[in-house]
Design a protein around this ligand. Structure first.
Ligand code: HEC
Ligand code: HEC
Ligand code: HEC
Length: 181
């Protein structure tokens, strides 16, 4: 949004920060646990994430919805982030891409988010993609890339997944995934 009127916004900004802090201690957390919370106030940009989570069968987020995983089981809620998000929403300080997702994304899927107790056992995951595409020794989950990459290099939660290895190789690409070649 152009034409910011910062001087008139500061009372709102202070109000939002205060609201978040006050509500956090008033049973607000229970509502905040629900996916509907995310877009109840912030329609733009949250509608798209909530809509995709419930209804787009091609998305990894939807596969998790079907498995009963909530937004906050992936997105660990930290008060500092809640306040920061509230502030950038109030000041209109964000932009969205053609799909309606946020253009600047801070969240990443890494081993800490995904390969933890109650979620994915990474040894099992790696075993499921051994000899990928029938090529001996090839495994997207165990390669010379090691820990230089994390899950988000390939798996998109709210958007298409991407066959990262194919920037240099020509391995099998799963249905619906994007690939550099
Ligand atoms: C399976 C874990 C998972 C679930 C469930 C999930 N997300 Fe995400 N979310 C991610 C990951 C990973 C990203 C990083 C971008 C991507 O992969 O699409 C992300 C990115 C985002 C972003 C972009 C802004 C940022 O933090 O950088 C928003 C907003 C968001 N998610 C909201 C939601 C909402 C709302 C829900 C529930 C309706 C939800 N997410 C459910 C994993 C998840
Ligand atoms: C280099 C790319 C790449 C990276 C990085 C990656 N994956 Fe994968 N992952 C794949 C591919 C390819 C598949 C197979 C998808 C298919 O068959 O549709 C897959 C499948 C999976 C599956 C489904 C396995 C099954 O049982 O069907 C899970 C769960 C998974 N990955 C978790 C992870 C986690 C957790 C991380 C990060 C710690 C990660 N992946 C990192 C490429 C990657
Ligand atoms: C930046 C480029 C690049 C990326 C990205 C990359 N590789 Fe490689 N990879 C190479 C190079 C270079 C070699 C050595 C090739 C050679 O010696 O013929 C190699 C070798 C390999 C080999 C040994 C067998 C062979 O083909 O020589 C395997 C297996 C392999 N890569 C798997 C992967 C997997 C799986 C990924 C994704 C997680 C990946 N690579 C991502 C560049 C890359």
């Amino acid at each position: 949004m152009e034409g910011k009127r910062r001087t008139k916004r500061w009372p709102i900004v202070v109000g939002v920060a205060a609201l978040v802090v006050v509500c956090a201690g008033a049973g607000f957390w229970a509502w905040h646990e629900q996916p509907s919370f995310c877009n109840a106030i912030c329609h733009e940009p949250m509608d798209n994430y909530v809509e995709g989570y419930y209804h787009d069968g091609a998305l990894m987020a939807n596969a998790h919805e079907r498995a009963g995983t909530t937004c906050l089981e992936c997105h660990e809620a930290k008060l500092s982030e809640q306040v920061a998000e509230g502030l950038s929403w109030v000041s209109g300080d964000f932009s969205v891409d053609a799909e309606g997702n946020l253009a600047t994304v801070g969240a990443r899927a890494d081993a800490k988010m995904c390969a933890r107790a109650g979620c994915h056992d990474f040894d099992e995951v790696a075993a499921s993609t051994e000899d990928w595409g029938g090529e001996e020794g090839v495994n997207p989950h165990a390669s010379h890339q090691g820990t230089a990459i994390d899950c988000s290099n390939c798996h998109g939660a709210h958007g298409a997944s991407y066959m990262y290895c194919n920037a240099c190789h020509d391995y099998q690409v799963p249905d619906g995934w994007e690939s550099p070649r």
